[in-house]
Ligand binder design. Structure first.
Ligand SMILES: [Fe+2]
Ligand SMILES: [Fe+2]
Length: 373
C-alpha cells in the first residue's frame, strides 16, 4: 500500500492560494454589493453582443438632455426605383414626390442637423417617425445608416410614422432593421420582438429619471389619407406603463407620430382613436407628449389627474422651408428635478438657409408638476 506524502512546501503554496482565492471572492462580493447600492439595486446585464453593460438608467445625473427630431422623409426615388414597387398606393406618393415633396425634403438639411447634434451632444435622441417616404426597403436601409451615425441603439429611440407604413411591407426587409432602436429595455409581456411592428409596442426605455414610452400609430391608410391609430391592445398596455412609471416618480415622455389629442390636426391626418388615448393620458398622467407628422412646430397643454402635461410637435428635420414656419427644426430638452416639480428648458434649433447650419431660435422654461408616490 502506497502512502502519498504531500511535501510541506506544497501545503504552504496551496494554503496561500486558497486564502487568496477566498479573499478575492470576498472582494468581488463587496464590489458587487457596492455596485448594486450605487446603481439602486439594478444588476449589470449582458448586451445582445454579449458585453457586460451598465444599466444606464440607474446612474442618476442632475440634468438629462434629450433631442427630439422627426419626419426625415428619406427617399430612394431620386435613384432607381422598380415599377413593381409602385403598383399600389406608392404610385400616388411617387407622383407627389416628383411634383412637390422632392423640393420640401433635402438630404443636405438633415446632414446639417446631424452636424449640429455633434455640437449639442444630447444624452439621448428620439425620432418620432416618417424616417422614410414610401416605406421602400432601400429607404429603411438609408434610415438605418442615419440612425447608426446618430449613435448606438441605447442612445437613440425610434417610433414609426405613417410613411414608414405607407403600404403593408415585409417585416424582415423593413422594420427589422430598426428593431434595436425601437425595442424596450426589457421584453414586455405583450409579445416583444414579434414579427409585426405593432406587437412590439408600446415600448418602455428608462434613461436616468426619464421613462420613454413609445407608441406606434403608423398603419397603411386610404389613398388621400394620412390617418393613424394606436389600437386597444397598445392603449391597455400604455395605461399599465404610465401607472408603473408614475409610481416610480419618473419623468414620463410619450412618443407618438400623430398629434395625440382631438383637434390638433386636420381630419385627413388625424389619430382616429385620439379620444381614447386622451382619456388614458389624463387618467394616469404624463409629463410630456412628443410628436411629429404636422411638419411644423407646435405646443400645447392639457390637464391630467396629477397636473398639467405638455404636448410638443417638431418640424421636419429635412425641410429647407418655403417659409420660415416650414423650416427644419429640432428641439433640445434639458430636464431636471425642481423643488416644486420638474424643470424643463426647451431650446428650439432652426435651420438657416444662408449659412446652411442650425442655430438656436428660442429657449423656453417650464415647471411641470411631479406626481406624488
Ligand atoms: Fe411626415
Ligand atoms: Fe406623417
Amino acid at each position: 500500500m502506497r502512502i502519498n506524502v504531500v511535501p510541506p512546501c506544497l501545503v504552504t503554496i496551496m494554503s496561500t492560494l486558497f486564502t487568496k482565492r477566498k479573499s478575492l471572492e470576498r472582494m468581488a462580493k463587496n464590489e458587487l454589493l457596492l455596485y448594486s447600492r450605487l446603481t439602486n439595486s439594478a444588476k449589470p446585464r449582458l448586451s445582445k453582443t454579449g458585453d457586460l453593460t451598465e444599466p444606464e438608467h440607474t446612474v442618476m445625473k442632475k440634468t438629462f438632455t434629450l433631442a427630439h427630431l422627426s419626419d426625415f422623409h428619406l427617399s430612394s426615388l431620386e435613384k432607381k426605383v422598380k415599377v413593381q414597387d409602385l403598383l399600389n398606393k406608392r404610385i400616388f406618393g411617387y407622383l407627389k414626390w416628383q411634383l412637390r415633396r422632392r423640393s420640401e425634403h433635402k438630404p443636405e438639411v438633415l446632414e446639417a442637423l446631424l452636424c449640429d447634434l455633434q455640437m449639442t451632444k444630447p444624452d439621448h435622441i428620439v425620432v418620432t417617425g416618417d424616417l422614410t417616404h414610401l416605406a421602400l426597403p432601400a429607404e429603411f436601409q438609408e434610415a438605418k445608416k442615419i440612425l447608426l451615425s446618430m449613435g448606438a441603439p441605447r442612445k437613440v429611440t425610434v417610433i414609426p410614422g405613417n410613411h414608414d407604413a405607407y403600404v403593408k411591407t415585409d417585416w424582415n426587409s423593413t422594420f427589422r432593421l430598426w428593431t434595436d432602436y425601437m425595442a424596450s429595455d426589457q421584453p414586455r409581456p405583450s409579445g416583444q420582438m414579434d414579427s409585426d411592428s405593432h406587437k412590439i409596442f408600446p415600448t418602455l426605455r428608462i434613461r436616468d429619471f426619464v421613462a420613454l414610452v413609445g407608441l406606434n400609430s403608423a398603419r397603411p391608410s386610404g389613398v388621400f389619407l394620412a390617418v393613424g391609430s394606436v389600437g386597444k391592445l397598445q392603449l391597455h398596455e400604455l395605461e399599465k406603463i404610465l401607472a408603473e412609471t408614475g409610481q416610480r416618480q419618473l419623468f414620463r415622455i410619450v412618443l407618438i407620430h400623430h398629434p395625440p389629442l382631438p383637434g390638433m390636426i386636420s381630419w385627413r391626418k388625424r389619430l382616429t382613436d385620439d379620444e381614447a388615448l386622451g382619456i388614458i393620458l389624463k387618467r394616469q398622467g404624463v409629463e410630456l407628449v412628443l410628436h411629429g407628422h404636422a411638419h411644423r412646430d407646435s405646443q400645447g397643454h392639457f390637464d391630467t389627474t396629477v397636473g398639467q402635461a405638455r404636448t410638443m410637435g417638431v418640424s421636419s428635420a429635412s425641410a429647407p422651408g418655403r417659409t420660415r414656419k416650414r423650416r427644419a427644426r429640432y428641439h433640445i430638452y434639458r430636464l431636471k428635478k425642481d423643488p416644486h416639480g420638474w424643470e424643463m428648458i426647451v431650446s428650439v434649433r432652426c435651420y438657416s438657409p444662408p449659412s446652411e447650419t442650425f442655430a438656436e431660435e428660442s429657449e423656453t422654461h417650464f415647471v411641470l408638476p411631479r406626481p406624488t408616490a
